[in-house]
Design a protein around this ligand. Structure first.
Ligand code: URP
Ligand code: ZN
Ligand code: ZN
Length: 476
């Protein structure tokens, strides 16, 4: 067994920061002790990492990625290999990706397909949620089976994308009732896709074909409406755990906050793009460049009648937003985003970001939006607890997997694709070009194996293991 000592650092958890040394035995944390406590072990340790002046945090957990997702006539450009290596560079040691059942297909076969894509190819650990693109007796039976036997305990439904993944209200209610029976979580893409499709057709008929129209035809009010409807349906189903994914708008957050204030099992995540970006600086760029930022829900406008960014940061502080994920769903500009030249509705939806979440959220610490502890909580610990992986994941504590990031707060990260700063995701551009962030990933351990050190990837594909997950640990 390899013994690793991480000394002189400050260990950070949601409950505080403590100067501590961490002893790793093989794949797990053996002990956390006062500085110098493991001095006698230092001479015999296989590796000593000096974390003086640095933070020692649990490995990041990104619970919303789409490696290799077929979408809009193409496939998301990161494979499980390229995407998990990029994740490791960004201080992420576990992803939870979405296995897909398209409408009419078999759920169990969809999950098997995702296992086949990921197995032997991941550099870090991974789990799966299951997308249900069709609700019928067979898929509801599969929901039970996956929850009880396969470690897949969360199911994403779509109120958007009619004809692709869409479920109507009756189907959603049935899925929620079944989820309630077995304790599974329903994850909801909450946008009113039926109304959006009308707005899209009307815009195209007026000749409004540029990428910016993606944002104008998906107004925040229709995210708020769908979020409210999902919350009501989950109440009717019996306070079934509901997790709103990629929440972008103040109106949606208000409904989540109202439900949470009423004590409901309602949770939500947001993503960095919704905390930082505006339509005007992204989708509105000329010459089709705005296509790089087409994702759903869309990035919101600076001129909306709601201060979305400020509200989302506040939601992170108040825990109405529990988690920050990326919704990593990358498409290259060339040949992929370009599919939508002349018709914005044909631009594949999604952006890449799995490599940048930890640093983009740390910037919120640097600017005083959230505390250091809340950064760890929203990016590492809560994702583990929300999706049944804690305390194996999400904490630096004895017995936990040694998924650890040494974070250097004294240097900067320059994000981009241009000369000298090429990211590691398989995308031909960066949505975050030019962002300069305080702090930097220094060293990353994945189950005890050093995978990032001295600006070098030292891991290997195939190291990552499938994580069988339990139920959400937030339910009462
Ligand atoms: O635009 C997005 N979000 N693409 C990925 C699929 C989804 O809805 O999460
Ligand atoms: Zn979605
Ligand atoms: Zn997604």
């Amino acid at each position: 067994m390899t013994i690793t000592l991480i000394k002189n650092g400050t260990v950070v958890s949601p409950s505080g920061r403590v100067a501590s040394d961490v002893l790793v035995d093989g794949e797990t944390v053996a002990a956390v002790g006062a500085p110098g406590f493991f001095a006698s072990a230092e001479a015999t340790a296989d590796k000593v990492i000096d974390a003086a002046g640095k933070y020692v945090i649990p490995g990041g957990i990104d619970v919303h990625t789409h490696m290799e997702l077929p979408f809009g006539g193409t496939n998301a450009s990161d494979t499980f290999e390229t995407g998990t290596i990029a994740a490791a560079w960004g201080g992420v040691t576990t992803i939870v990706d979405f296995a897909v059942q398209t409408t009419g297909a078999n759920v169990i076969e969809g999950l098997a397909e995702w296992h086949a894509k990921a197995e032997g190819n991941c550099a870090i650990d991974y789990g799966f949620h299951q997308i249900l693109g069709g609700i019928d007796d067979e898929s509801l039976k599969a929901l039970r089976y996956l929850t009880e036997n396969e470690g897949v305990t969360s199911f994403k439904l779509f109120m958007a994308y009619p004809g692709v993944f869409y479920s109507d209200d009756g189907q959603i209610l049935r899925a929620m009732q079944t989820a309630g029976d077995v304790g599974a979580t329903i994850m909801m893409h909450a946008e009113n896709g039926i109304a959006i499709d009308v707005l899209v057709q009307q815009a195209l008929a007026r000749g409004e074909t540029d990428p910016v129209n993606h944002a104008w035809t998906r107004p925040a009010a229709l995210e708020g409406e769908a979020t409210h409807r999902a919350i009501v349906l989950s109440a009717v189903a019996g306070n079934v755990p509901l997790y709103i994914v990629h929440l972008s708008a103040s109106q949606a957050l208000d409904h989540v906050a109202e439900a949470r204030n009423a004590g409901r099992n309602v949770f939500a995540e947001t993503c960095p793009q919704y905390l930082y970006m505006t339509v005007e600086e992204t989708l509105a760029k000329p010459d089709f460049e705005g296509a790089k930022w087409v994702c759903s829900p869309p990035i919101r406008s600076a001129h909306d009648d709601h201060p979305h960014h400020a509200d989302l940061w506040k939601g992170l502080r108040t825990n109405d937003l529990a988690i920050v994920s990326t919704d990593h769903c990358p498409f290259c500009f060339k040949d992929q985003k370009e599919l939508g030249r002349g018709d914005f509705s044909k631009i594949p939806n999604g952006m890449g970001g799995v490599e940048h979440r930890m640093e983009l959220l740390y910037q919120g610490v640097a600017t005083g939006e959230i505390t250091l502890e809340r950064w760890v909580e929203t990016c590492c610990t809560t994702p583990a607890r929300m999706f049944g992986m804690y305390p194996k994941k999400g904490i630096v504590a004895p017995g936990a997997d040694a998924d650890i990031v040494v974070w250097d707060p004294n240097t900067k990260t320059e994000i981009g694709y241009g000369e000298g700063k090429k990211h590691h995701m398989n995308i031909d551009h960066s949505s975050w070009e030019g962002y300069v962030i305080d702090g930097k990933v220094d060293t990353v351990l994945s189950r005890g194996m050093v995978v990032i050190e001295d600006d070098t990837f030292t891991g290997r594909k195939g190291h990552g293991q499938f994580v069988k997950r339990g139920l959400s640990q937030y339910l009462v």
